[in-house]
Write a protein that binds this ligand. Structure first.
Ligand SMILES: O=C(CO)[C@@H](O)[C@H](O)[C@H](O)[C@H](O)COP(=O)(O)O
Ligand SMILES: [Zn+2]
Length: 197
């Protein structure tokens, strides 16, 4: 296959994955946006975590909430747990890499907060420990996964929300994760600004 053909195939696969994901994900994305607005309106905050590309997604989402997405509205309480290298390296060095997000949630998590836990495989141990810490502190989990949700699917509580991309390939899953994050930002803004009910 030529390089041009490979590129064309990636675009086609990405578009097809997004179209296939719509049916499975639209309703839980709506529920997640409503849950986040409910938490923010009650004085809660949204925390986000993940590894690699999902760490970047966590930061992308937190920045769009705290600063702005597409419209003027008040800054929203959001934090990525992936950014403070002193915190991350000291927890990984003194305890375990599995604890890098969980310990931050133990310190910062309050009942009614929301954790956006991102993992394409659903199997990253530090994201799993973050979900356990969230449950222990009354923090609702919105899990953004793929590949059936892996171990995270079995770990979620009844009132958690699972946004699972019906795809197997990490890159395609991540592309739907970014679309999902932008749907959440758009939905949160529309609810806060009274543009939708
Ligand atoms: O962006 C990519 C691959 O596209 C990588 O950086 C990827 O995020 C990393 O391998 C992560 O460690 C994968 O973790 P997870 O999605 O399985 O939780
Ligand atoms: Zn990537």
């Amino acid at each position: 296959m030529s390089l041009a053909d490979r590129i064309q195939q990636q675009f086609k696969d990405s578009a097809a994955t997004k179209t296939a994901a719509l049916a499975a994900m639209a309703a839980p994305i709506e529920a997640a946006a409503r849950r986040m607005v409910h938490s923010l309106a009650a004085g809660g905050k949204v925390m986000a975590c993940g590894n690699g590309g999902s760490a970047a997604d966590s930061q992308h989402f937190a920045a769009e909430l705290l600063n702005r997405f597409e419209k003027e509205r008040p800054p929203l309480a959001a934090i990525a747990l992936t950014t403070d290298t002193s915190t991350l390296t000291s927890i990984a060095n003194d305890y375990r890499y599995e604890d890098v997000f969980a310990k931050q949630i133990q310190a910062l998590g309050r009942r009614g907060d929301v954790l956006l836990a991102i993992s394409t495989s659903g199997n990253s141990p530090n994201v799993i420990e973050a979900i356990r810490a969230a449950h222990a502190h009354g923090v609702t989990v919105v899990a953004l996964t793929g590949r059936g949700g892996g171990k995270i699917a079995a770990l979620l509580a009844a009132d958690d929300i699972h946004l699972c991309v019906p795809a197997e390939r990490t890159a395609r899953i991540q592309e739907v994760h970014l679309l999902t994050i932008h749907c959440l930002c758009d939905g949160i803004d529309a609810l806060i600004l009274g543009e939708t009910q």
